[in-house]
Design a protein around this ligand. Structure first.
Ligand SMILES: Cc1cc2nc3c(=O)[nH]c(=O)nc-3n(C[C@H](O)[C@H](O)[C@H](O)COP(=O)(O)O)c2cc1C
Length: 212
């Protein structure tokens, strides 16, 4: 299939071994950050925060908490995708104010919308809210994987880490945050044998069903 989107998606793979000498340029990283900023979310609420772990000693501390996966150290950038643990009336108020300011409309235009949101979240348990915000982080993951592939920057989505240990090490809980996913970014090492393996995917006939 001759298509640039499909080329991007075939080019990418979950990189295991990064070239630790190759760093993403500041200019490219700016694009990655802007793609994260543009991620859609339910209600537009954006209950997410992205921690870019720049400090080497912090990465070393996190390594054993992520089953010693080498990407933690070798990737150019390591991002912890976090979501809000709770949605409080303050988050809702902040969102309404942002909408009103960005769109230059009176806050009262968003009153009904705010009441609906408030009602939804007051009916959700803490666990259900944390699961809801967690799902928003997966949307960011999907988007950023394609952004990076388009830029020919490698990316590894990672769920293989101890979330509670990360939350503690990065002092997330007291900041209303929970770690959801890790994202290692950088450039593949020529020694990564995974890069040349064919993609293992089910045939289209098994995953797409036209309901008539
Ligand atoms: C949510 C999620 C979590 C993953 N966690 C890890 C991980 O902790 N470590 C790792 O090396 N790969 C991880 N992967 C990569 C998958 O194993 C990989 O995407 C899958 O085998 C398909 O291969 P491909 O991405 O190379 O096409 C994860 C992928 C996803 C989507």
């Amino acid at each position: 299939m001759n298509n640039t989107i499909i080329d991007d998606l075939n080019w990418r793979y979950a990189t295991k071994k990064y070239d630790s000498e190759k760093k993403i340029s500041a200019k490219d990283f700016e694009i990655i950050c802007e793609s994260l900023r543009l991620v859609p979310s339910s209600y537009g609420l954006q209950p997410l925060k992205y921690l870019v772990i720049d400090d080497k000693s912090t990465r070393e501390k996190l390594l054993p908490l992520a089953y010693n996966q080498p990407q933690i150290i070798d990737a150019s950038h390591l991002i912890v995708l976090c979501s809000f643990s709770k949605i409080t009336p303050i988050e809702i108020k902040n969102h309404l104010e942002l909408m009103s300011a960005v769109r230059n409309e009176p806050l009262s235009n968003y009153e009904r919308f705010g009441e609906n949101m408030q009602k939804t979240f007051s009916n959700l348990s803490e666990t259900a809210t944390s699961e809801w915000t967690t799902r928003q982080a997966y949307i960011a993951l999907g988007q950023i994987i394609h952004t990076c592939a388009n830029m020919r920057i490698d990316a590894t989505p990672m769920e293989g880490f101890d979330k509670s240990a990360f939350d503690e090490a990065l002092n997330l809980t007291s900041n209303n945050l929970q770690s959801v996913l890790l994202l290692a970014l950088g450039y593949r090492s020529p020694e990564d044998k995974l890069s040349s393996l064919p993609k293992v995917r089910k045939p289209l006939s098994e995953i797409i069903e036209i309901v008539k």
